[in-house]
Write a protein that binds this ligand. Structure first.
Ligand SMILES: [Fe+2]
Ligand SMILES: [Fe+2]
Length: 283
């Protein structure tokens, strides 16, 4: 385990009492990096919040078990079935035989394309549902932005930590533990970019209706916001992120990278990489 001072990918760090983010990130040229986090709540009944990406399965499992003994894990809260959140679900279920999976009917169905989720270990937790986990109550809530219809965020009423899932997604110049490490411009631009990337439909929204949804989400009273694709938000950056989120329907849509961009990147790569050596002839 580490602290924000000794931040390293796949080294869990504490963000609130008994609450740890497992950080990971993907390089995303030309916009920097995108965080790919998950979280562990180590209370009376420990909870995995999402299960990380399959690309780093063994390292992710090792990181999770550095926070909590897998035999002690009582709950796995799956926000939705996207690969970056559900990628190690079967491995986590196998290594946590005492855990109940908090999911939804539609997530189970969507994952059936790839695997059969053990329904006898599931409990449905839809938007608005709560679960008592011994020393705290967790609330599931659909966040304002999402890229999968099954998405629910998770609010811990004891620590006031909100796991915002894909809302507040941002690119970062380099992986970092807390958005305090971003300038005001980087923070604003990242929130605008990530929000429109994850949910391009935000441009279609009725401004007034969306504001009401954001107000309701902010009304949970989160003091710390963690998410899959953002460094952790504390203090004034929490309110600032909600304010930026409210602006999104009015921000012009992000223009996707085109084939011309890809051609240019390939050209640059070709000129910067030594020419390929001739392959040995097949015998
Ligand atoms: Fe997603
Ligand atoms: Fe995601």
């Amino acid at each position: 385990m580490t602290t924000t001072d000794t931040f390293e990918l796949l080294q869990p760090y504490r963000v609130a009492d008994e609450t740890f983010v497992i950080p990971w990130a993907l390089e995303a040229p030309p916009v920097g990096h995108f965080p790919m986090n998950s979280m562990v709540i180590r209370g009376a009944e420990p909870v995995l919040v999402d299960t990380g990406a399959p690309a780093v399965r063994s390292q992710w499992l090792e990181a999770a078990w550095s926070v909590v003994d897998p035999l002690d894990v009582r709950w796995i809260f799956l926000t939705h079935d996207d690969r970056d959140h559900a990628g190690n679900l079967l491995a986590a279920l196998a290594e946590c035989p005492n855990a109940t999976l908090l999911t939804t009917w539609f997530s189970i169905g969507r994952m059936a394309e790839e695997w059969e989720t053990p329904v006898n270990r599931c409990r449905f937790m839809i938007d608005g549902d709560t679960v008592d986990i011994g020393d705290r109550t967790l609330v599931a809530k659909r966040p304002p932005l999402y890229d999968n219809p099954t998405t629910r965020s998770l609010f811990d009423s004891k620590t006031r930590v909100l796991w915002a899932v894909d809302t507040f997604a941002t690119n970062v110049p380099t992986p970092l533990p807390d958005v305090a490490g971003l300038s005001d411009e980087e923070f604003r631009d990242g929130q605008y970019f990530g929000g429109r990337l994850v949910s391009p439909w935000v441009a279609l929204l009725d401004d007034r209706k969306f504001r009401a949804v954001v107000d309701d989400f902010q009304g949970l009273g989160a003091e710390v916001v963690a998410g899959c694709h953002t460094p952790v938000l504390h203090g004034s950056r929490v309110a600032a992120a909600f304010d930026l989120l409210r602006q999104l329907p009015g921000v012009p849509a992000w223009t996707e990278f085109t084939q011309a961009d890809l051609d240019r990147w390939m050209e640059m790569a070709e000129t910067s990489v030594p020419p390929e050596q001739p392959r040995p002839s097949a015998t």
